[in-house]
Design a protein around this ligand. Structure first.
Ligand SMILES: N[C@@H](CCC(=O)N[C@@H](CS)C(=O)NCC(=O)O)C(=O)O
Length: 235
């Protein structure tokens, strides 16, 4: 009944879109991407009831948002690849860690994206590709498209980025605290993942996807946080 193709609606630079993508990939859910753009924004938001991404379209015709509830739903639907641990302690730990990654790392993600002018330029072009042109970030741009996206970073920084950093306590004045907290995370991860394949052992759980999201959408993609990765994660 639930077999068939799913659709992941979101954007490539969104940590929660990448979180859901990680789960879809791990569970081998058949899916395709649909970028949320200025042209389809209204119709998507009228169905999901929210401006937040991602949303998931299911083969049975739902369009649902919020990875917090989508995670367990996909766990049940694709039970051959479970992503909720069986024991109560591990299951509880997975939810606690998922919540922590969802709510703590947006600070580092927002700060590293919007508080460094060179990063704003690069990331703005990528946002413009997804939002204005409906293109993926590895696609080519012609001359007029390049002009269209050139100053989009400045626009999103003004309309969203600067304010979001302030609300999250992640503005330029928090540079030292955020960078040192990020180094601590990296040290712990390198130490843990040198002995374990995933956060809670040999299988991924919801917390792993919540960790993968900000790395894929921000820390491994944006030029600024890539310089924070240090020797252990040079690539
Ligand atoms: N609880 C939601 C959070 C989703 C979320 O915060 N998405 C961000 C993008 S990564 C968003 O849509 N932000 C839009 C905004 O703040 O206006 C989930 O887990 O899916």
């Amino acid at each position: 009944m639930y077999r068939g193709k799913y659709k992941l609606i979101g954007q490539e630079m969104s940590m929660f879109t990448r979180k859901l993508e990680a789960q879809l990939r791990y569970q081998k859910v058949p899916y395709e991407w649909m970028l949320k753009t200025n042209d389809n924004r209204e119709i998507i938001e009228s169905r999901t009831g929210t401006r937040f991404i991602p949303a998931l379209v299911t083969p049975d015709g739902w369009m649902i948002s919020d990875t917090i509830s989508l995670g367990p739903m996909l766990h049940s639907r694709f039970f051959e690849v479970p992503v909720l641990p069986e024991t109560p302690v591990q299951r509880g730990t997975s939810f606690v860690l998922e919540d922590f990654f969802n709510h703590w790392y947006p600070r580092h993600a927002l700060h590293s994206r919007w508080c460094y002018p060179d990063n704003v330029i690069v990331t703005g072009i990528r946002f413009g590709m997804n939002t204005l042109l409906g293109k993926f970030i590895d696609e080519e741009l012609d001359d007029s498209e390049q002009i269209e996206v050139a100053n989009f970073g400045e626009y999103i920084h003004r309309e969203f980025g600067a304010g979001a950093c302030e609300v999250q306590g992640a503005g330029p004045e928090h540079k030292g605290a955020i960078q040192s907290d990020f180094s601590r995370l990296l040290r712990l991860l390198v130490q843990h993942l040198s002995n374990h394949e995933f956060l809670l052992g040999s299988r991924a759980c919801l917390a792993d996807f919540a960790l993968a999201g900000p790395f894929k959408a921000h820390f491994l993609l944006d030029p600024e946080p890539r310089t924070w990765l240090g020797d252990d994660l040079k690539f």
